[in-house]
Structures are given as structure tokens and as C-alpha cells.
Design a protein around this ligand. Structure first.
Ligand code: BJW
Ligand code: ZN
Length: 266
């Protein structure tokens, strides 16, 4: 069993040795408002490749050549094929314990907000009721001309066309594009009122999502990061735990529930 120790601003180097601080457990047990930002790392254990880092897909491919409007207009079929390939990769994936524990937390807290940069829909499949998808969803498409959204699946390697004649594109947010207004607004509002903010499996380099944990910190939240490695924000958060989200997050929440039970008995 993991033991509890009080430690701040400390990286925990080996997952099996991770000791969650008394402070994070107590703060989560007492929190009225909790907000979370997830990134590709939380889905890595489900088999979805991350973008950056050791096994990141962008070690081999340049993002601006595929995830931008310029790229799409220059070579729509190539960009379409890239997304068809990634949709295929996602056919057989399932949520993992990291996704499931966030759905459980949502039902335990009165004020809980889950913002994700992921486009894989795994939080929804893990039964999180309200997921603020900041970068869209790869399972949806929309017309590049009239904007019509569709869940229709368009097979094939050539970009599909809308009834209006426009090109069909995945409903994801590319570089240089605005994030959807309402989820973005709600994410910042949640960061501002959070007692505890969790940043899980994100390299925290892509704006504006990467500003959420720091905004939370600025507004007084206790900010905790879980990631395989140190990130851009590790030095600025209250605690940074190194390890896999699918193991550490359920373990952390198990300790929080234990703490609640203890408090109720006292
Ligand atoms: C584990 C793990 C395990 C692994 N457990 N952990 C300079 C300053 C500020 C901003 C900019 C700037 N220059 C340009 C910008 C703007 C730009 C930006 O931020 N660029 C930066 C890269 C510099 N941002 C934008 O363009 C955004 N729009 C915008 O700003 O609009 C306003 C505007 C408009 C016009 C002009 C100017 C301003 C839009 C950003 C859209 C991002 N879209 C993508 C692609 C989506 C579609 C697709 O999938 O193809 O979204 S980019 C890609 O990165 C994807 C992700 O959601 C996003 C974030 O990545 P994430 O989730 O953090 O993944 P990774 O791979 O980076 O990290 C994974 C982490 O997990 C790693 O740290 C691992 O260690 C860890 N990990 N396994 C725990 N098991
Ligand atoms: Zn159209």
C-alpha cells in the first residue's frame, strides 16, 4: 500500500514509490470545487498515440503540415487520409482507469469540471456526463464551407464533399483556429473557482489550454500535475507526480475516499 507523506514541489521518480502528500489528499477530500485538464497522456494507456514526447506522432510528422487549414487547402486528400488513419487506430480502443475515475469524481463533487484537449471521445465513453472538448472530436465531421456538423462516417481515402459542394473536414481545432467559445469560457471559469486543479497527461505547450492550470494557480487553486515526465508547468504547480495517469489517478482518488471516510467517523 502507498504510504502518505507531506511533501511539496517534489517530483516522485518511480511510480511504484509514489507517495501522495497528505496535503493533496486532504485538499481533494475537502474541496468544494475541482477542475481537471486532460491531454493525450491520459489516453496513451488506451493505445492512442501522444503528439509529443518519446513515442509522439509528431516526432515523425510536422504538425503544421497536417493540422492546419493551410495544409488542408494545399492537400485535402493527404490531410483527410491522416485523419482516416487515426480514426482507424481508434476503432478498437477503450477508456482506461484514468478516464473512469474522472467520471466517478464527477458524480462525487457538486462542482466538478472536466476539460480535455483530446479528440478521442474516451471521457464520454467512460461516462463522464459533461466533457468540455476544447479541441473538438475526431468522430465528428463538418463542412469547411457551410459549417454543417455531421456524425456521418465517410469511408475512403479521398476527402468527402458536402451537399453544398464544400470539403468535409474533421471537427477538430487546428493550429491558428479559435477554440470553441463556450467550452473555453466554461473551462476558464472553472479554473478560476477551483479549490483543486488537476493537470493530467498534457505537455502543457499548446495555448490557450495550457494556461488553464496556471490561471487556476493564479486564482488560488492548489494545482497538481500527473505526467510521465516534467512539463513546461512543472516548476509552477504545487505538486508534480511522475507516473502513468491510469495508475496514479485511481490511487490518488482511493486515498481521498479513505480520507473522507475517516473524517466522517471522527
Ligand atoms: C503521460 C502518459 C501517461 C504520456 N500518463 N502522462 C506562441 C505562444 C502562444 C501561443 C502560440 C504561439 N505560437 C502559436 C500559438 C498558438 C498555438 C499554440 O499554442 N502553439 C504552440 C505549439 C506554440 N495555438 C493555437 O493555434 C490554438 N488556437 C489559437 O491560439 O487561437 C487563437 C489564435 C488564432 C489565430 C491566430 C492567433 C491566435 C489552437 C490549438 C489547436 C491544437 N490542436 C491540436 C491538434 C488537434 C487535431 C489533431 O489531433 O490532429 O490538438 S495540436 C495537439 O496538441 C492536439 C492536442 O490536443 C494538443 C495538446 O497536446 P497534449 O494533449 O498536451 O499532448 P502531448 O503529446 O503534447 O503531451 C502528452 C503528455 O502526456 C506528455 O507530456 C507525456 O509525458 C505525457 N504522457 N503517457 C501520464 N500514461
Ligand atoms: Zn456544406
Amino acid at each position: 500500500m502507498l504510504s502518505v507523506s507531506s511533501c511539496k514541489n517534489r517530483d516522485h521518480l518511480r511510480e511504484m514509490d509514489v507517495q501522495f502528500s497528505k496535503e493533496v489528499i486532504e485538499r481533494l477530500a475537502a474541496a468544494q470545487s475541482v477542475a481537471v485538464l486532460t491531454g493525450a497522456g491520459i489516453s496513451a494507456e488506451s493505445g492512442v498515440p501522444t503528439f509529443r514526447g518519446e513515442d509522439g506522432i509528431w516526432n515523425k510528422l510536422k504538425p503544421e503540415e497536417l493540422a492546419s487549414m493551410d495544409a488542408f487547402l494545399k492537400n485535402p486528400d493527404l490531410v483527410w487520409q491522416w485523419y482516416q488513419y487515426r480514426r482507424e487506430l481508434m476503432n478498437d480502443i477503450e477508456p482506461n482507469p484514468g478516464h473512469y475515475v474522472l467520471a466517478e469524481m464527477e458524480s462525487d463533487y457538486d462542482d466538478f469540471t472536466l476539460s480535455t484537449q483530446n479528440i478521442d471521445g474516451l471521457h464520454i465513453r467512460a461516462k463522464s456526463q459533461r466533457v468540455l472538448e476544447l479541441h473538438g472530436n475526431i468522430l465528428r465531421n463538418r463542412c469547411n464551407t457551410c459549417g454543417k456538423l455531421t456524425d456521418e462516417n465517410f469511408p475512403g481515402d479521398n476527402v468527402a464533399r458536402c451537399q453544398c459542394g464544400g470539403l468535409i473536414r474533421p471537427d477538430v481545432v487546428w493550429f491558428g483556429e479559435m477554440l470553441p467559445q463556450e467550452p473555453l469560457y466554461d473551462s476558464f471559469a472553472a479554473a478560476e473557482r477551483a479549490d483543486v486543479y488537476l493537470s493530467i497527461g498534457t505537455s502543457a505547450v499548446v495555448q490557450p489550454a495550457a494556461s488553464l492550470p496556471l490561471e487556476a494557480k493564479h486564482q488560488g487553486a492548489y494545482v497538481v500535475e500527473i505526467n510521465l515526465e516534467r512539463t513546461e508547468i512543472s516548476a509552477m504547480v504545487d505538486e508534480s507526480y511522475l507516473g502513468t495517469a491510469g495508475t496514479l489517478l485511481p490511487e490518488l482518488y482511493r486515498l481521498v475516499k479513505e480520507e473522507r471516510t475517516r473524517e466522517n467517523k471522527d
